[in-house]
Write a protein that binds this ligand. Structure first.
Ligand code: KIV
Length: 289
């Protein structure tokens, strides 16, 4: 499907043609799974900019403004340094660039863990400043009280269990979780606790396949897998990974395009054309290294 955009300079919104479907809502996403059965898998991709959102919007149920933008956009070593200001700026851009998919914005590390009240301050700021539909936070049983606190106050929450990248300094890396029976049991308990607290969906990241299946069977809300299992109720990928923007991509990622090569080739062609310019009376001296 090809969509074109006309910029409305009064609102900074780019209006798409053809007109998109109505924006999906969070209760509708939750209702994709009824009595443990999912009729339509949930399609989610990350988006960080307005233009990226425009291109992904019509194809997705959910756009996730993930704190993975720390690595993908800012070249940071992990998501730990990502700030609420960054999430607000990128969240607002993605909402401006989308009309159909519901937009979920990650709560960054340090913005919600100390108390439910702190989480409410951060989440309400994200909703007010970006116009997003929901927030996502990492953690299991320890975050259940916070999830219930937010949901009771009008903030839809997506959970995130298994490999939780904000905890990289405790986990010691990004390896798959749940290989031991004890750890697997803990992660199922985490997912149950977050679901019981009212999460409308749960990202299940980096767990062994049987564990992803067990979590999906254990919770009433949709699970959205990444490096987990095709048996999850939905799937998410970091868009830049599946577009082949990086030299190193997690093993589980299916690469649908090789944009890094396309961009390099375009830049090389452009540079060669500019450098081939000749100016009257000027001897060509530039030698590219
Ligand atoms: O930050 C992110 O992009 C995420 C996804 C990997 C689920 O949390």
């Amino acid at each position: 499907m090809s969509t074109t955009y006309v910029l409305d300079t009064a609102t900074s919104r780019a209006h798409p043609t053809p007109a998109p479907m109505k924006r999906l809502n969070i209760p509708g996403i939750r209702q994709r799974k009824i009595d443990g059965v999912t009729q339509h898998p949930v399609v989610m991709l990350t988006a960080y900019t307005a233009r990226q959102a425009q291109l992904l919007d019509a194809h997705c149920d959910l756009l996730l403004v993930g704190d993975s933008l720390g690595q993908v956009i800012y070249g940071l070593p992990s998501s730990v340094p990502v700030t609420l200001d960054m999430m607000c700026a990128h969240g607002a851009a993605v909402v401006r660039g989308s009309y159909h998919a519901a937009v979920v914005v990650d709560m960054p590390f340090g913005a919600y863990e100390s108390s439910p009240q702190q989480a409410f301050e951060s989440a309400s700021r994200l909703l007010k400043e970006t116009g997003c539909d929901a927030v996502k936070l990492e953690g299991g049983t320890a975050m259940a009280e916070t999830v219930a606190f937010l949901v009771a106050r009008g903030i839809p929450v997506m959970g995130h269990v298994g490999l939780t990248p904000q905890a990289v300094n405790v986990l010691g890396g990004y390896n798959a979780r749940g290989r031991s029976a004890a750890e697997a049991e803990k992660i199922v308990g985490d997912a149950r606790a977050i679901a019981e607290a009212g999460a409308f969906a749960i990202v299940v990241e980096g767990v062994v396949e049987p564990l992803a299946v067990a979590i999906t069977q254990a919770v009433p809300c949709p699970t959205i897998g990444i490096g987990a299992s095709a048996q999850c109720d939905g799937q998410v990928l970091v868009t830049d990974d599946m577009l082949g923007m990086f030299e190193r991509t997690p093993r589980f990622v299916k690469i649908y395009e090789h944009l890094a090569e396309t961009i390099s080739a375009a830049a090389a062609a452009y540079a060669a054309e500019v450098r081939a310019r000749t100016f009257p009376g000027v001897e060509q001296t530039y030698q590219p290294k």
